[in-house]
Design a protein around this ligand. Structure first.
Ligand code: ATP
Length: 318
């Protein structure tokens, strides 16, 4: 009996471990689905597909608190038209990233609503959410898996040809046969020889390549709206150039809400929303806000004079 019990435990032990692994993997995958709004993960109680009427984004009287003690967003009202480019600026801790998470449906407001085409964004199931809105941050989710599987997360039905096209759209190309030309190899060293390359084993992606992977997923998911948390870290010039080119390819034709850390991004947007201590304190075009000489106008004058090409960070970062 003892021996049988030991055998049983030996059998059940690994099974337990396996189940734990599966649960952990499912948990990780499900949270990734919400993180990037991309993955097609069956949920225990999947929300039903919702009617989305157009892609107008409305934020109505939104309040949010992490701790239940202090509201970090207070009474935010905002409406973004399809195709508009809105920059959100504000000092550190103003609530920009929190608002971005609510806009991307990763969290829901405690009071008020964030809707897209009249439907609460956080109620959309992951596969529907990713058609409407995707958040791009500096956290690039690279899984220890083939490049193909890393991309299929964004569109499980995509063919290899579509995956190649998405990679090419963001400038992530690699030579298909023969030894790569030196220049080409330098630009695409991380991609190895194709879709079967296992990321994290055969190759480690650099920053620019990891972002290209994220952006290729966006091309595959093809959302109407992108929420962009602009890089605060100083990238080396080559990486910055690659990143900008890749980004430009995916922003085209979409509604873009960008948390702007650089003056140029705010200057180039259709409208600018200025946040201070959890509140939206100004909203308008660059010219309107400069004329009003409020928070944005003062920032503009104090830090940058009248030079729109100045790329000094708009928010001070540590
Ligand atoms: P930054 O430009 O520095 O990223 P931000 O404008 O994006 O700042 P948020 O990151 O949205 O601001 O933070 C708003 C407030 O919420 C800050 O006071 C911050 O300390 C707090 N906060 C952010 N994340 C959490 C969290 N997970 N738990 C508790 N408080 C948080």
């Amino acid at each position: 009996v003892v021996t049988a019990a030991v055998y049983l435990r030996q059998l059940v032990g690994p099974l337990d471990t396996l189940m734990l692994w599966i649960e952990q993997l499912q948990g990780a995958a499900a949270s990734y689905a919400r993180v990037e709004g991309l993955a097609d993960i069956p949920q225990a109680d999947p929300p039903r597909a919702r009617d989305v009427d157009g892609d107008r984004i409305r934020v109505q009287d939104v309040r949010y608190s992490y701790t239940g003690v202090r509201d970090v967003l207070r009474g935010i009202d905002l409406s973004v038209q399809p195709g508009e480019r809105l920059a959100i600026v504000g000092t550190s801790g103003a609530g920009k990233s929190t608002l971005a998470r609510l806009l991307a449906g990763l969290d829901r407001p405690h009071t008020g609503s964030v809707t897209i085409g009249g439907t609460p964004v956080a109620d959309l199931p992951p596969d529907q959410l990713r058609e409407h809105v995707v958040l791009i941050t500096q956290d690039h989710h690279v899984f220890h898996d083939s490049l193909r599987d890393n991309l299929l997360i964004a569109k499980p039905t995509a063919t290899d040809a579509e995956l190649h096209a998405a990679l090419q759209a963001v400038g992530a190309t690699w030579p298909t046969e023969g030894p790569p030309a030196a220049q080409e190899h330098e630009l695409s060293a991380g991609w190895g020889s194709g879709l079967d390359v296992v990321l994290g084993r055969d190759t480690i992606l650099g920053d620019a390549e990891a972002q290209q992977l994220s952006l290729a997923r966006v091309v595959l998911a093809d959302p109407h709206t992108l929420i962009l948390d602009e890089a605060t870290a100083l990238l080396d010039p080559k990486t910055a150039r690659q990143t900008e080119q890749s980004l430009a390819a995916v922003l085209e034709g979409r509604t873009v809400i960008a948390i702007a850390h650089r003056l140029q991004t705010a200057h180039d947007a259709d409208r600018i929303a200025v946040m201070e201590a959890g509140e939206l304190v100004e909203l308008g075009t660059h010219d309107e806000l400069v004329s009003a000489d409020g928070v944005y106008g003062k920032l503009w004058r104090t830090w940058h004079g009248d030079d729109p090409d100045d790329t000094t960070p708009l928010t001070k970062t540590s």
